[in-house]
Design a protein around this ligand. Sequence first.
Ligand code: SAH
Length: 243
Amino acid sequence: MPMRADVFTLFPEMVDDYMGRSILGRAVAAGHLDIRSHDLRMATDDVHRTVDDSPFGGGAGMVLMPEPVFAAVEAVSPPRPLILLGPGGRKFDQGVVAELVALDGFSLLCGRYEGVDERIRTDLCDDEVSIGDFVLAGGELAALVVIEAVARLHPGVLGNQESTLDESFGFGLLEHPQYTRPAEFRGLHVPEVLRSGDHGRIARWRRASSLARTLDRRPDLIERRGGLTDEDQALLDEFGPGT
Ligand code: SAH
């Protein structure tokens, strides 16, 4: 079954364009993904197709109004949950990706300007997700981030499904370093173990490098999995520091 994701936005063409290219574009064409963008102005009836107004209480900028946004969502009855994209939401990570990939579909609502009327958040949307502690000009890039991260785990979307198993965050660790040809480049050598043909040793080296890299750059991830096991420590000892 295709993964369905509906996106409510003032700029549906941004979503359609991105979704038409590369791996995601091929997956859409092959019927693995069913991505539907909806124009938030679809249910407006004034000549200017107004969707925003200035905030009660004063202040800079414009806020998306409840009427047109509720009306657009109600006209479509999109798959739930309907997730608002916003800097105040729960932080998007591979755990949220796993939640979403397990569903038949979900929907995303992109804010713009100063954001959306609070009633859209509390009474129309089911959840709110932030892609990080920074402020974008609109939710479209965030929506594409969410869709891309979820879609690549959907069966059939990536050519080689195996490639998602041991990548970053898969086991709560960062991925091991990768090398391709040539074996030597400007005096920089590919680790000997990767050219040894000894698959058991290669697997252990990869695991050890994953652990070492995560310890170095993201000790919080090691902490979250409850520290190093005896087996982890043995692997690190086998390959030495700096693996
Ligand atoms: N005034 C708001 C920011 C509005 S930014 C505030 O201070 O919280 C305009 C829109 O961009 C938001 O409605 C949201 O849809 C999107 N956006 C901005 N930053 C985002 C982030 N970190 N994650 C997800 N969406 C974001």
